[in-house]
Design a protein around this ligand. Sequence first.
Ligand code: SF4
Length: 234
Amino acid sequence: MRNSSKDKLRLSPSALNVFLDCQRCFWLEYGAGVHRPRGPFPSLPSGMDILIKKYFDSYRAVGKLPPEIERQVSGYLFSDTELLNKWRSWRSGLSYYDRDLGAVLVGAIDDCLVENERYIPIDYKTRGFDLADGGESFYQNQMNCYSFLLDTNGMKQPSYAYLAYFIPREIKKGADVRFSVHVKKLNTFPEDALNTFRKAVKLLRSPIPSHDDSCQFCTWNSKGVNNQGVKTKS
Ligand code: SF4
């Protein structure tokens, strides 16, 4: 995600994931527009995401939970589909503007449960296989950000979130694929999201971090960009 105006930086949870993964890669991508090499974007998870949203919306419309998750979560689906559809887009998603930094954190949530007037983010994940124990920690920053964004937009949240994994189990005649749905509850730390966001913005306004010689991407990177982050090859 690049700046939407010349002085307002916009970062998403996935941008912060890059920051947490490697500060130099983050600086290069969000400060200099130099991306890591990447393959074709898999379209299956995006297609599934659209279908799952429609499926959840059909239950939202009648005030029920989808049967696949009703024994795995508590609360009810956030009922305002129109507002939720705004939150689902990073252009109009939940945002936090930090005046001191002149930067915005924006997140696009998939869905939201409500219980005791608390708002609980839920994210759909399509996976090929069962998740190893503890694998949900990969999404910690993303869900921290969603809890933080709900809080700062006036919706109290209970410092946990749900990850709903859709895993294919079998295929039947007519290419009818059956999925199982596993929901994992993840404790969230909204203050960590704010700290990460602030550190990331400060890093972008600092000189480029140095190379890591042990990283194969860095070897590739060093051939095209000098230590000031200026492209040396087109
Ligand atoms: S390539 Fe360099 S900049 Fe990118 S991840 Fe590796 S160490 Fe970080």
